[in-house]
Write a new protein. Structure first.
Lengths: 107, 119
């Protein structure tokens, strides 16, 4: 199975901050990387697919980059509604696997 | 509007069985690959199973292989997960999710149903 490792596991940030979350795959996954946001008690919501494509309806302050094994999710200016847990997920091979999550908290 | 509504969760004893349902609306279930993904309390996301477009192919996580069965009823536009020989480690919120393209890129998720395996 492909292991997905996110860093950091948690971070504290203020409204307006630029936030970067990284995700590393244990083997190359091309651009088959998706990012999800999950708020407490809610289902995950897709933000970015195929590494850098913004899902329809998602604010443009979210962006993704990377290919191969190293990927990044960036929030250019953190908003109050962005405090949540973020997961990367590889869709390259079976089984699809998720990172352990990055919890973004209010500073 | 695309909606997925899970049901069927609850408290079950170890070794017991449950059948989860995921009622789809706003699209034809048979036209998309569909997955079950679970999340244990306080933990991350874990893929459980997938059924392909048309329902001819299924895949399972090693942790559930031989115990869980995914299926779909096109007449009811509903996805199912039959869970047998349940273990404490199967305790989780179970989500159904629709694949946007390919097998594992999810664009819509249900709100989840909680399965608790405990004596």
């Amino acid at each position: 199975d492909i292991q997905m490792t996110q860093s950091p596991s948690s971070l504290s940030a203020s409204v307006g901050d630029r936030v970067t979350i990284t995700c590393r795959a244990s083997q190359t996954i091309s651009s088959s990387l998706n990012w999800y946001q999950q708020k407490p008690g809610k289902a995950p919501k897709v933000l970015i697919h195929v590494a850098s494509s913004l899902q329809s309806g998602v604010p443009s302050r979210f962006s993704g980059s990377g290919s191969g094994t190293d990927f990044t999710l960036t929030i250019s200016s953190l908003q109050p509604e962005d405090f949540a847990t973020y997961y990367c997920q590889q869709s390259y091979s079976t089984p699809p696997t998720f990172g352990q999550g990055t919890k973004v908290e209010i500073k | 509007e695309v909606q997925l509504l899970e049901s069927g969760g609850g408290l079950v004893q170890p070794g017991g069985s449950l059948r989860l349902s995921c009622a789809a609306s706003g699209f034809t279930l048979n036209s998309y690959a569909m997955s079950w993904v679970r999340q244990a309390p306080g933990a991350g996301l874990e893929w459980v199973s997938i059924i392909n477009t048309g329902g001819s192919t299924t895949r399972y996580a090693d942790a559930v292989k031989g115990r869980f069965t995914i299926s779909g009823d096109n007449s009811k536009n509903t996805l199912f997960l039959e869970m047998n020989s349940l273990r404490a480690e199967d305790t989780a919120v179970y989500y159904c999710a629709r694949s946007a393209s390919g097998w594992y890129r999810y664009d819509y998720w249900g709100q989840g149903t909680l399965v608790t395996v405990s004596s």
